[in-house]
Design a binder for this molecule. Structure first.
Ligand code: SIN
Length: 308
């Protein structure tokens, strides 16, 4: 293929335009049986917290038309185990790694940044300020410009590494450009968007919500137009700020929409559960889509939909 698919997210150079979306491929190792993980643009890890966490009650998944609802609740092993077992594997296998972090409060985000800043092998930090599955909706930092900025400001003050800080935003806001502006002013180098939309499915025989946690995050193709719109709006407002775009991407054609809207790279999420080789497939398809349209590089297409 003659199309140059290399790209970048701030200071982080990516050899390929597709990354795994946080939470959809654990810490990458599970994908190793389907392809060479080091050839992906990046693995974005499942959001890691300071302490091990068991997550929300079951059931945690519900199918929806063209999508799914999850209510995992940030289940994970905690930072110490992550460093020992997961990050070490990623580093040994030369995987470009973006570590996703989540905290119960602003101080915890800062502590995570402090722990991670001197650890070798971290290509970037994705700061998950938008998890919908927290017990208190007041803790969804990304739904409020002041609390979103508080987290990023704290992470920035701890983060001495040159690897970029990406703030992961929620679409569940009135004006996503306001939140984007707020985190950029606070020191984010780039934006990851979008996290899932808050949703609910009700079992009308039991007359109660299907998910143990009642609400959950909606992902999959059903949310793609929302995600493309959000990327488009933020790129229009902040054209110099790199965007890692995601939300319901299943094909190279879908990915191309995100690039044209202004994303520099894309994360592949829900489709991975049914097609674990999709991050590689979608990168190939994206190359073909670009080639068919006469482009020689991905970079020349970033944000092109704003010019027409
Ligand atoms: C979860 O673990 O509940 C999902 C995390 C997220 O959507 O940010």
């Amino acid at each position: 293929m003659s199309v140059d698919l290399t790209t970048s997210l701030g200071s982080l150079e990516l050899s390929a335009p597709t990354a795994t979306a946080s939470g959809c491929a654990a810490a990458g190792r599970e994908l190793a049986q389907f392809g060479d993980v080091s050839t992906l643009g990046a693995v974005v890890t499942k959001s890691i917290m300071l302490k091990a966490r068991s997550g929300r009650p079951t059931p945690r998944m519900a199918e929806t038309p063209r999508g799914m609802l999850n209510s995992i609740g940030l289940q994970g092993p905690g930072i110490e185990s992550f460093l020992e077992k997961d990050l070490s594997w990623l580093t040994e296998n030369n995987v470009t790694t973006i570590v996703s972090i989540a905290g119960n409060n602003v101080a915890e985000f800062g502590q995570l940044a402090r722990i991670l800043r001197d650890v070798p092998g971290i290509g970037g930090l994705e700061v998950n300020i938008s998890c919908p599955n927290v017990e208190s909706r007041g803790q969804v930092f990304a739904c409020n410009p002041v609390s979103a900025a508080d987290v990023i400001d704290t992470v920035r003050s701890e983060w001495t590494s040159s690897a970029p800080i990406l703030a992961k935003l929620s679409p569940d806001v009135t004006d996503i450009t306001e939140i984007a502006g707020s985190v950029i002013n606070a020191g984010a180098d780039g934006i990851s968007m979008i996290n899932t939309l808050l949703g609910m499915v009700i079992d009308v025989d039991k007359m109660k919500p299907v998910l143990g946690g009642r609400t959950g995050g909606l992902s999959g193709p059903a949310i793609r137009p929302v995600a493309v719109r959000a990327v488009y709006q933020v790129h229009a407002a902040f054209p110099e700020v790199p965007i890692l775009g995601m939300g319901g991407i299943r094909t190279g054609h879908d990915a191309l929409q995100f690039i044209a809207a202004g994303a520099s790279a894309v994360s592949i999420g829900t489709v991975v559960f049914g097609d674990p080789s999709s991050p590689w497939r979608i990168a190939n398809e994206l190359g073909q889509e670009l080639e068919q349209r006469g482009y020689s590089s991905l970079r020349e297409v970033i944000g092109l939909a704003h010019k027409n």
